[in-house]
Ligand binder design. Structure first.
Ligand SMILES: N[C@@H](CCC(=O)N[C@@H](CS)C(=O)NCC(=O)O)C(=O)O
Length: 282
């Protein structure tokens, strides 16, 4: 478990999200923190956001004394956000999936209710990924949450396989942009400029992205009333997809984001629009 317990004190939950270009609220597009923001807003659990600059994540998370939730391919710890710290219980939780299961267990009937209603989430992205840091397994998932954990991993994989379309669109803080690019290049083991994809390669990868999202779109077509997987109310599975749509919106060139919203009968555009009701920031 990527969590720890301190003494309960009372007060608001602190939610740690990644600050990219200022103002942080405008450019927030990190998918895992977005999953948490959607979940917190759904649960209506009062919280305040601490914006952590990308290059400060290791020191901020390190000071919270929780283990890393991911590892780099060489086995060394990869310090990530989101993290929440809940003074009502003293719990500090440092993995988006574990945060969602924590909120459900701790605040079962708060806000809009159940984050994990029972449903089949049979979306599989079968391709092997050569990522600089393998995707994390959610260890704590049991019961209905286990189905969501599998879904989380497959959705993460489908989007991560196409993240090269997004990397050069990341809205870095101009004051530290060069350091951020250098950090990403180091991890990926290639110069920043080599990570850029354009021309025919880009057209092919976009096509692959659209196809990869086809299986996901079919789940959205199950309940034609939409815009969410189970009709007119969202659950954590919608937040997983919606969080990656936030990343796509924040990093893809405008015309590609507009196209994505229209793929597969517009299910993703409609989902993104409907999730705005759960996207408020403090
Ligand atoms: N398994 C973790 C993964 C978190 C994760 O990968 N976070 C990314 C942002 S979406 C991060 O913190 N990246 C920081 C960096 O790349 O330096 C979770 O679900 O919370």
């Amino acid at each position: 478990m990527t969590s720890t317990t301190a003494s309960p004190t009372g007060g608001l939950i602190t939610f740690y999200d990644i600050a990219l270009a200022p103002p942080a609220e405008k450019f927030a597009c990190s998918p895992n923190p977005w999953k948490t923001r959607y979940a917190l807003n759904f649960k209506k659990t009062p919280y305040k956001t601490t914006w952590v600059p990308l290059l400060d994540i290791s020191s901020v998370r390190g000071a919270l004394n929780i283990p890393a939730s991911r590892k780099f391919a060489d086995g060394s710890p990869y310090q990530t956000l989101p993290v929440i710290s809940d003074p009502a219980t003293g719990r500090i939780v440092g993995d988006s999936f574990e945060i969602a299961t924590y909120l459900q267990e701790q605040y079962p009937s708060s806000g809009a209710g159940d984050l994990f209603p029972e449903q089949e989430l049979d979306f599989v992205f079968g391709r092997d990924l050569a990522l600089f840091a393998p995707l994390a397994e959610a260890k704590s998932a049991e019961g209905t949450a286990a189905e969501y954990a599998r879904f989380n991993k497959n959705v993460d994989a489908a989007f991560s396989a196409h993240v090269q379309l997004m990397a050069h669109g990341l809205p870095f803080d101009p004051a530290v942009a060069e350091e951020c690019k250098a950090a990403f290049s180091r991890r990926a083991g290639m110069p920043w400029e080599v990570m850029r994809i354009s021309g025919e390669g880009r057209t092919k990868l976009l096509k692959s992205f659209e196809e990869a999202l086809g299986g996901l779109a079919r789940l959205y077509e199950r309940d034609a009333s939409g815009p969410f997987l189970m009709g007119n109310g969202p659950n954590y599975a919608d937040f997983i997809v919606g969080a990656w749509l936030r990343m796509s919106r924040g990093t893809l060139p405008k015309e590609e984001w507009e196209a994505l919203k229209g793929w597969h009968s517009g299910v993703f555009g409609k989902l993104h629009e409907a999730l705005k009701a759960f996207a408020q920031m403090d």
